[in-house]
Write a protein that binds this ligand. Structure first.
Ligand code: FES
Length: 100
């Protein structure tokens, strides 16, 4: 697990792009939970920093509206596309991410 950001740096119902081990990842915070995923949509590569947080567990790409689970990365409507999700642990105010 590697330090990625402070929880307090991510707006609630918001996002923050960070670089961990030389790799950009997107942190998403909703309802007290923090998720980490790849920054680009697995469909056609739109930057997910502009995606909509549809509810506390789903990110909707702004380009074509594909909706991805922030827990599993699954896209229910188009299961052939999966968003890469990185495991997150919260330690105090620190967001720790396993980038593998
Ligand atoms: S690029 Fe994200 S849904 Fe098409």
């Amino acid at each position: 697990m590697v330090f990625a950001a402070k929880v307090s740096e991510i707006p609630d119902w918001g996002k923050k792009v960070v670089t961990v081990n030389g790799r950009e990842i997107l942190l998403v915070r909703a309802k007290g939970a923090v998720y980490a995923c790849e920054t680009d949509c697995p469909h056609q590569g739109a930057p997910l920093s502009g995606a909509l947080l549809k509810d506390a567990e789903h990110l909707s790409c702004q380009r074509h509206g594909y909706r991805f689970s922030l827990k599993t990365g699954a896209c229910r409507e188009f299961p052939e596309y999966t968003l890469k999700i990185f495991p997150v642990q919260i330690a105090g105010d620190d967001v720790m991410v396993e980038v593998g």
